[in-house]
Design a protein around this ligand. Structure first.
Ligand code: 5AD
Length: 356
C-alpha cells in the first residue's frame, strides 16, 4: 500500500497495524506529511471547528522528589533555584488569568510533598469558590488514590500525568529504579476511575526511544482512552545526565500530533511549550497538524525562568498569558481563533461521572 493510502486508512479506521504506523512515523516525504496534516486538520475542524482553547499554566513549585534523567527540575540538580508559591500567590495568578479570559487553570508542579493532600485541596477549593465557572486541572505527578479522590471532591476537574513512554525497557532508561511504568499506569487508571478528565502523553525523541516505543505509546493510549494527550519533543537540559543527548525531531512531533488527531478525533491536543521552543512558530504549526489547545504561562514572572524543564524554555515573551494579544494574532494568522471558556473535551467520561 502507498503511504497516502495508509494515511486514508488511518483516518477511516482510526487505527493501523504496527508496520503501517512505523511507515507513517518514519517514511513520509514532505508532500505526504502535508497530506497527513491536512487530514488531521479537517478532522479537528469537524470536531472543534476553528476554535482554540486556552489554559493558564500556573507552575507553582519546582521542588521535586523525583530524579528523572531528562528533567531540569530533577532532585539532583543542585543548581536549580527552588521556589514554592503560597496559596495566596496561586489565587492571585488565577485572578489575573480570569481577567485575561482564562477559564481553565492548570496547577502544575514537581512532586513536592510539602503540598499535602489537605493543603492542595484548600487551594483547589478556594479557586473553585471564587471562579465557579472555571475548570481546575492538576498536574502534580504520582500520588495515592486517596489524595486524588480528595482533590476531585475539592473541585478539581482534570488531571495531566504524562506516561512519558509505554515501553518498559525505555521507561527504565529515562527514570531511576524507584519509579515504574506500572505505578504510573495505576495512577492514570485511578484518576480515570475517580471521574477526572485525564491527560496522558509522552516526549518525542527522548534518548533510547525507538519507533517500537512510539507504537507502544499509541497502543497504550488506545487502551486508556484519555481526554487529553500532551506531547512535545525531548529537549536536553544541561544539568541532567542527558545534557549531551540530541533533541527530538520537530517534524516527527508534528506527524505524531496528526496521527493522534486521526486516532482520537475528539481528544484535546495541546500545541505545547516544547514545540514552541524547538521552532519559533512551532505552536502554530502544531495547530495546523491537528492540535487545538494552547497553554500560556500564568506563573509570576520572577519564577518563570526557574521552572526550567529543558534548556531555553520559552517563558517571558509572546507565549506568556499576559501577551494574549500577540497570541491571538498568531493563532488568527493560521486561521483559528481563541475562545473564552472551559473548553471541555468532546469525549464523554468513561466512567459515570461521580458526584462531588
Ligand atoms: N524535554 C521535553 N519535555 C520534558 N518534560 C520534562 N523534561 C523534559 C525535557 N527535557 C516534560 C515531561 C513532563 C512534562 C511536564 O514536561 O513529559 O511530563
Amino acid at each position: 500500500m502507498k503511504n497516502v493510502e495508509i494515511i486514508k486508512k488511518l483516518e477511516r479506521e482510526r487505527n493501523l497495524t504496527d508496520k503501517e504506523f512505523a511507515r507513517v512515523i518514519e517514511t513520509l516525504t514532505a508532500t505526504e506529511r502535508e497530506e497527513l496534516f491536512a487530514r488531521a486538520r479537517a478532522v479537528r475542524e469537524r470536531e472543534y471547528g476553528k476554535v482554540v482553547y486556552i489554559r493558564g499554566l500556573i507552575e507553582f513549585t519546582n521542588y521535586c522528589k523525583n530524579d528523572c534523567y531528562y528533567c531540569g527540575i530533577r532532585k539532583s540538580n543542585k543548581n536549580a533555584e527552588r521556589y514554592r508559591l503560597t496559596p495566596e500567590d496561586i489565587l492571585e495568578c488565577a485572578r489575573e488569568g480570569y481577567k485575561l479570559g482564562f477559564r481553565t487553570f492548570v496547577l502544575q508542579g514537581g512532586e513536592d510533598i510539602r503540598f499535602t493532600k489537605d493543603g492542595l485541596a484548600e487551594i483547589i477549593f478556594s479557586i473553585k469558590k471564587e471562579f465557579p465557572d472555571c475548570a481546575v486541572t492538576l498536574s502534580v505527578g504520582e500520588r495515592c488514590r486517596e489524595d486524588y479522590q480528595c482533590w476531585y471532591e475539592a473541585g478539581a476537574d482534570r488531571y495531566l500525568l504524562r506516561h512519558e513512554t509505554a515501553d518498559e525497557e525505555h521507561y527504565k532508561k529515562l527514570h531511576p529504579a524507584s519509579m515504574s511504568l506500572a505505578a504510573r499506569k495505576k495512577c492514570l487508571y485511578d484518576l480515570r476511575d475517580i471521574g477526572y478528565q485525564v491527560g496522558a502523553g509522552f516526549m518525542v525523541g527522548s534518548p533510547g526511544q525507538t519507533v517500537e516505543s512510539l507504537i507502544k505509546d499509541l497502543r497504550f493510549l488506545q487502551e486508556l482512552k484519555p481526554h487529553m494527550i500532551g506531547i512535545g519533543p525531548f529537549l536536553s537540559h544541561q544539568e541532567t545526565p542527558f545534557a549531551e543527548e540530541k533533541n527530538g525531531s520537530f517534524e516527527t512531533t508534528l506527524v505524531l500530533l496528526s496521527i493522534l488527531r486521526l486516532m482520537f478525533p475528539g481528544v484535546l491536543l495541546p500545541a505545547t511549550t516544547a514545540l514552541g521552543t524547538i521552532e519559533s512558530d512551532g505552536r502554530e504549526k502544531g495547530l495546523l497538524a491537528g492540535a487545538n489547545v494552547v497553554m500560556p504561562n500564568l506563573s509570576p514572572v520572577h519564577v518563570r525562568k526557574k521552572y526550567e524543564l529543558y534548556d531555553n524554555k520559552i517563558c517571558t515573551g509572546e507565549e506568556s498569558a499576559q501577551s494574549t494579544d500577540s497570541l491571538r494574532a498568531r493563532i488568527e494568522s493560521v486561521g483559528y481563533h481563541l475562545v473564552v471558556g472551559r473548553g471541555d473535551s468532546r469525549i464523554s467520561p468513561l466512567t459515570v461521572s461521580k458526584s462531588k
